[in-house]
Design a protein around this ligand. Structure first.
Ligand code: AMP
Length: 418
């Protein structure tokens, strides 16, 4: 095969699709339980949206977006994340005029040109929530509790929550100033990325994974020591609500998240069984973004989780890799005549709502029984010439291999199976 898939993309083959489908089902059920409604946003948007929303100093915008000029000379980007699109859709459709408080969730593919490795793709599936309109710390706690529940429902057993507050426009400048003063004498030791971040967005130096940079950060000032009273009270309440809800978390002063728009609470869901890419999800408050997009000052908070990375973690924890296929009935036949009868019966049983399959390769009865087993059939209907003569079929229950003859009628077969 000459043409191969593009680096960082993934073929999700039917066995794995079924795992995704099961996860997507519990995802939607859990979201609805918490009052979140699904929003479907475009796969591509004006590049400007992400520059403004995600931020011009982020790695995503500077290095990772799939951007192109279309035939109409428009600057377009494949979405690297969902939040800017949800905020745009919220304002563009005047949803802010309809209700003061609204909850959305989304699920779909995102695109980032990162260097592919385990748990890091260039096209991946993300689900996320955006809770728009409330400043209450209860909403911060609710999003974390929901994130935890959704990850558990998908099958993750071990999840750690890392929590931090990065303050607001009032208190963050003094923190950034102190961090800058602290890092300035160490600048030549920091990696090239951090040298760039030092000027573009100093907070990003904090989540550099390189050992040399980490070492230099050991005694750096931390944001929670610089919070204004409002941010301090907000963060205390979030922590208190989580504790009272029996949610354990770790305070991580180096957690800033890669995006420019966060304010106050930021958090990540970490899987201890994953190595370098161990965050299965993360989020935080973004109280200024709606205003930045030209809307009224409406606060918001949200998170995003990567489905491939979650399923990788579930697998590493030893969870069920593959859902067993299920089939109500397999029709086995013996010769041309019975085979055509089998085809007609297949359609009739499907019409009655049963999942049904037959052989299309003229295989031996033995091979057909093997196929039925592979497909997870509960029953096999065997149509042989002898049975047909008596207007009967043999029905075999696969769980105990018991079999009996019954009348060859759709109703009789359906009754037996049901
Ligand atoms: P972010 O939008 O960067 O905060 O990422 C949120 C979550 O999306 C991460 O915790 C991952 O689970 C997932 N994610 C982000 N980037 C990738 C990627 N390149 N490949 C796979 N999953 C990703």
């Amino acid at each position: 095969m000459e043409i191969r898939k593009i680096k960082g993309t993934k073929d999700i083959l039917p066995d794995e699709t079924e795992i995704f489908l099961a996860a997507e089902k519990v995802l939607r059920e859990t979201m609805i339980k918490y009052g979140y409604r699904e929003i479907r946003i475009p796969t591509f948007e004006q590049t400007e949206l992400f520059k403004k929303g995600t931020g011009v100093s982020t790695d995503i915008v500077t290095q990772q977006m799939y951007s192109f000029t279309d035939r109409g000379e428009r600057n377009i980007s494949l979405r690297p994340e969902g939040t800017p699109s949800v905020v745009r859709a919220y304002l563009e459709n005047n949803l802010h005029k309809k209700r003061l408080f609204q909850k959305f969730f989304y699920y779909g593919r995102m695109f980032r040109q990162e260097s592919p490795q385990s748990g890091r793709l260039r096209e991946f599936n993300q689900f996320g929530i955006e809770s728009i309109g409330s400043l209450s710390p209860q909403i911060d706690a609710e999003t974390i509790i929901l994130g935890l529940e959704v990850l558990r429902n998908i099958g993750l057993k071990r999840i750690e929550i890392h929590l931090n507050s990065i303050g607001c426009d009032k208190c963050r400048p003094s923190y950034k100033k102190s961090l800058k003063e602290y890092l300035k004498p160490k600048l030549n030791i920091l990696c090239n990325d951090c040298k760039r971040r030092f000027n573009a967005n100093i907070l990003r130096v904090l989540d550099c994974k390189r050992e040399t940079c980490r070492k230099e950060l050991q005694n750096s000032p931390v944001s929670i020591d610089y919070l204004c009273d409002e941010c301090k009270n907000h963060f205390s309440k979030v922590k208190e609500l989580l504790q009272k809800s029996n949610v354990s978390f770790t305070l991580n002063p180096y957690l800033v998240r890669g995006l420019d728009y966060y304010t106050k609470t930021v958090y990540e869901f970490i899987s201890p069984v994953l190595s370098a890419q161990d965050a299965v999800g993360g989020g935080g408050r973004y109280d200024r973004m709606i205003e930045l997009f030209g809307g009224p000052p409406i606060p918001a908070i949200g998170f995003a989780c990567g489905m491939e990375r979650i399923l990788l973690a579930v697998e590493k924890e030893g969870g069920e890799k593959r859902k067993k296929e299920k089939l109500d009935c397999y029709i086995a036949t013996m010769d041309d005549k019975t085979d055509e009868e089998g085809f007609l019966l297949l359609n009739n049983l499907r019409e009655k709502g049963l999942s049904c399959e037959k052989d299309f390769l003229n295989r031996s009865l033995k091979a057909q029984m093997k196929d039925a087993n592979r497909l997870g059939a509960d029953f096999v209907v065997i149509i042989g010439p002898e049975e047909m003569e008596k207007n009967e079929i043999t029905i075999r229950m696969m769980s105990d291999s018991s079999q009996k003859r019954i009348e060859f009628s759709v109703d009789a077969i359906v009754k037996e199976i049901r």
